[in-house]
Ligand binder design. Structure first.
Ligand code: AMP
Ligand code: MG
Length: 352
């Protein structure tokens, strides 16, 4: 009897530990062309990490431009014919088409043939001739993406010769999906860093803010400052992320759809901050997607147009802009949330 009681007691102890013991677990994953880091605190941490990893792989399988079997590759190969896609891909294409409209064409996923001409997609870098760019530029225009829906059938079509590259939006969308997974798994605290797309989930286990560094574009081992965030997205675009040098000139991967050339921006990086809106998105795009769109678009726009866009209030977001002449501009909503790095050599300004 005594032995049985002892065994029972041990079992309850073990159950108790499983029930309340909060753990911390992290995982590094390579997906969507990016090193991703997930960290979660809570009970079912291993299950949550596995769910996060599965979800990004699922998205890569739908949205990758370099995976032949993806839905995006099928659409790009279709030569202008209508292609059936998942509701998820369809929704993201709709968001991308709208993004081109709102950003006055600064963000345009149909930049794909031009990005390829520069070798950014296949990583075989080259400077295309003006002639070549002149033949490709007329293909750029996200307004020409046709989207139709017939009940549960989702159809997409491009113009012949057009192709889409979701590299400027897909990781932001993935960060929205990460929020849904964390919500479903009951994780209260953690983060998902998909390269430069970060989701700060809840607060740190001690109740303080997550601290997210904004890289110094001129020395990516250093930071221009740190953002203190909870339940928010912070997404950075910078020319330094992917670039090559030829004949002493550096060419980066963010292309100005108006010229077909890497954007001759007076900005060297753009970080966009938005709150997580607290809702399950269920395959629709949210603020993570929007942050990704806006970081790329504002980089293309340059300082003046980027600030005009922010001031227009079309979207409620905050930004950290690093200029080529050594200034760090933070919008006033970040006044309490951004801490400059002392001695960084940058000058700091708050804009309103
Ligand atoms: P991001 O790092 O989010 O700024 O996205 C850059 C990636 O988006 C590039 O590597 C291209 O795949 C794609 N891209 C480049 N220029 C543009 C643009 N003007 N609009 C939309 N996507 C772009
Ligand atoms: Mg982007």
């Amino acid at each position: 009897m005594k032995r049985v009681l002892c065994c029972l007691f041990a079992a309850v102890m073990a159950l108790g530990l499983c029930g309340c013991g909060k753990q911390e677990k992290s995982r590094t994953v390579y997906a969507m062309d990016t090193v991703m880091e997930f960290r979660v605190y809570g009970k079912e941490t291993e299950a949550a990490l596995t769910a996060l990893e599965r979800r990004v792989q699922e998205l890569e399988n739908l949205l990758s431009r370099t995976k032949e079997t993806s839905e995006v590759s099928a659409l790009n190969r279709a030569g202008g014919q209508e292609t059936e896609v998942s509701g998820e891909t369809w929704n993201l294409l709709a968001a991308a088409r709208e993004a081109a409209q709102v950003t006055g064409g600064a963000f345009d996923v149909t930049i794909a043939p031009v990005a390829s001409a520069w070798g950014f997609t296949e990583e075989s870098f080259r400077v295309p001739s003006q002639e070549e760019l002149d033949t490709l530029l007329p293909l750029v225009g996200a307004g020409n993406i046709s989207l139709a829906r017939n009940g549960d059938t989702y159809l997409a079509a491009l113009q012949p010769g057009q192709a889409v590259d979701l590299g400027g939006i897909a990781k932001g969308y993935a960060s929205d999906c990460m929020a849904d997974v964390l919500l479903e798994c009951g994780i209260e605290s953690g983060y998902a860093a998909l390269g430069g797309n970060v989701l700060a989930w809840g607060a740190k286990p001690d109740g303080s803010d997550w601290r997210i560094g904004v890289k110094d574009p001129n020395n990516t081992a250093a930071l221009t400052g740190v953002l203190a965030l909870q339940n928010a997205y912070a997404v950075t675009s910078g020319g330094y992320e992917r670039c090559f040098t030829e004949n002493g000139k550096t060419y980066h991967h963010i292309i100005d759809p108006a010229t077909g050339y890497p954007a001759e921006s007076d900005l060297v990086s753009v970080t966009i901050v938005m709150d997580w809106n607290g809702e399950k998105l269920g395959g629709k795009s949210g603020n993570g997607t929007l942050c990704d769109v806006l970081s790329t678009a504002l980089f293309v726009m340059g300082e003046e147009a980027a600030l005009d866009f922010w001031r227009s209030g079309v979207y409620d977001f905050d930004a950290v802009l690093v200029t080529a002449d050594g200034r760090v501009l933070t919008t006033d909503g970040l006044a309490q949330r951004f801490t400059p790095t002392e001695g960084s050599g940058y000058s700091y300004e708050t804009v309103s």
